[in-house]
Ligand binder design. Structure first.
Ligand SMILES: [Zn+2]
Length: 379
C-alpha cells in the first residue's frame, strides 16, 4: 500500500506539466542552447531559423553578430534592436595530469556561483558533462566551512582517469568552450519560468516576437534586429554591428535586475517580477537619450503598459555601442526583470515578457521620420 502511494506521488511529480505554448517552447530552446561568449553558434542557429521567414537579408558581420533586416514602408529612419546571443561561460585552460579541467572564465561570474554546478564542455567529439568539484565539509576546519572559495581553486571533474583519457577519449582540448548545464522549466505550472542564460536569451525572445508582429504590419522605417556576440566580455559584437547598421535609434533589449527577494535592497536595484518592462535611466555604460526616454514612457501610457525604472551603478549593455557609433544616436535599454542573473538558474515572469513585446512593437510602429527627426534634435 505504502509503495503504491509513493509511486503515485512520484508519477504525478515527474509527469510533464501542461503543454508548452509557442513562446514557452521558443524560450526553452533559447535558454537550453549553449553559447558562451565567442562560441554563440548554437544560439545563433535558433535565432537565424526564427528570423529567416521574417526578415531579408539576414547577414553576419565580421565578428559573428546576426543582422536581420525588415524593410518597412520606408528605408529610413533606421531602427536597430540589439539583444545578445552570448551567456556567461568559460573555456578550457589546461587539463591536470590527473584529468581535472582548469578553466578561464568568460564574463562576470561570482566565484560562489561556480561551485558544485554542472557544466558541459563543447569538444570536437561532442558535449562532455562535468561538475565543479568541492571539498567535503567533513574534513574542513570550522573557519574553512564559512569561508569563500576562490575561483583559482575550482576545477571541473569530467570523470576522466588522466589527462590522456580526457584528451584522447573525451576530446577535451585547451580553448574548448564550457557552458552552464541547467534546463528550462515552467516553475510549478505557473507563469514563472526557471532557466539559465535569461541574460540575454529573454531579450532575443522579445526581439523575435517583436519582429513577428512588425512583419504583419509594415512599420514606417527600416528595422534591424541584431543578435550580438561577445556582450558579456565588453559589448564587442554591438560595436561592430552598430557600425554596419548605422542606426538612427538604438533599442537594447536586456535582462533587467529584479530586486524583490530577501537580501536585496532598493538602493541596489528597483525592478520586480510582474511589474512590467524596465526602462534603464542609468547604468555604468550609458545614459539614455532623454527625449527617447520620454517617448517610450508616453507610448507605454497610450498602450496601458505598466513600466518600471531602473538606476544601477554597475551593469553594461549594447545600447552604449549603438549610442556611440558614428556621430551618435538616441538609445535606450528596455528590460524584462530577472531574478538571480549571472547564475545557473534565474527566474522571469511571463506577463513582463509579453508586455515588453507589446511596448517595443508599439514604439517601433511610432518611430516615423518626423518623430525620429524630433528625437534626434537638440535644438
Ligand atoms: Zn545582458
Amino acid at each position: 500500500m505504502k509503495r503504491i502511494l509513493l509511486c503515485a506521488f512520484w508519477a504525478a511529480l515527474l509527469a510533464p506539466a501542461r503543454e508548452l505554448d509557442r513562446v514557452e517552447r521558443l524560450l526553452e530552446e533559447l535558454t537550453n542552447a549553449p553559447g558562451p561568449s565567442g562560441f554563440e553558434g548554437p544560439v545563433r542557429a535558433v535565432v537565424r531559423r526564427e528570423l529567416s521567414p521574417l526578415a531579408s537579408p539576414l547577414e553576419t558581420d565580421g565578428l559573428g553578430s546576426l543582422i536581420a533586416t525588415l524593410p518597412g514602408s520606408s528605408g529610413a529612419p533606421r531602427i536597430m534592436m540589439a539583444a545578445h546571443l552570448d551567456e556567461l561561460g568559460m573555456l578550457v585552460k589546461y587539463v591536470t595530469p590527473e584529468g581535472f579541467v582548469k578553466f578561464q572564465t568568460l564574463g562576470g561570474w561570482l566565484d560562489q556561483g561556480l561551485i558544485n554546478q554542472r557544466f558541459v564542455i563543447l569538444t570536437s567529439k561532442g558535449a562532455v558533462e562535468g561538475v565543479t568539484g568541492l571539498k567535503t565539509p567533513h574534513i574542513m576546519a570550522p573557519e574553512e566551512r564559512t569561508s569563500l572559495v576562490k575561483r583559482d581553486r575550482i576545477f571541473i571533474d569530467v570523470g576522466a582517469a588522466s589527462r590522456q583519457d580526457a584528451e584522447e577519449r573525451l576530446g577535451i582540448r585547451p580553448g574548448d568552450p564550457i557552458a552552464p548545464d541547467s534546463r528550462f522549466a515552467v516553475l510549478n505550472d505557473g507563469r514563472v519560468y526557471l532557466a539559465k542564460a535569461w541574460d540575454d536569451r529573454v531579450g532575443l525572445g522579445v526581439m523575435i516576437e517583436v519582429m513577428r508582429r512588425l512583419k504583419a504590419s509594415s512599420p514606417p522605417n527600416s528595422v534591424y534586429a541584431v543578435a550580438t556576440v561577445q556582450e558579456e566580455i565588453g559589448l564587442r559584437g554591438a560595436h561592430t554591428s552598430s557600425y554596419q547598421v548605422k542606426p538612427d535609434i538604438g533599442i537594447s533589449i536586456e535582462a533587467g535586475v529584479a530586486a524583490d527577494y530577501p537580501g536585496i535592497s532598493r538602493d541596489e536595484a528597483q525592478e520586480r517580477l510582474g511589474g512590467g518592462p524596465g526602462i534603464f535611466l542609468h547604468d555604468s555604460s550609458m545614459l539614455p537619450n532623454l527625449k527617447l526616454r520620454d517617448f517610450v514612457v508616453e507610448v507605454a501610457r497610450q498602450l496601458k503598459i505598466p513600466v518600471q525604472f531602473e538606476v544601477l551603478s554597475g551593469y553594461g549593455e549594447d545600447g552604449a555601442e549603438m549610442q556611440r557609433a558614428y556621430s551618435g544616436a538616441p538609445s535606450i535599454n528596455i528590460t524584462v526583470p530577472v531574478r538571480y542573473l549571472h547564475n545557473h538558474n534565474g527566474i522571469i515572469q511571463r506577463d513582463d515578457f509579453d508586455r515588453a513585446v507589446e511596448l517595443i512593437t508599439g514604439l517601433i510602429r511610432r518611430l516615423d521620420a518626423a518623430t525620429v527627426r524630433r528625437l534626434k534634435s537638440f535644438e
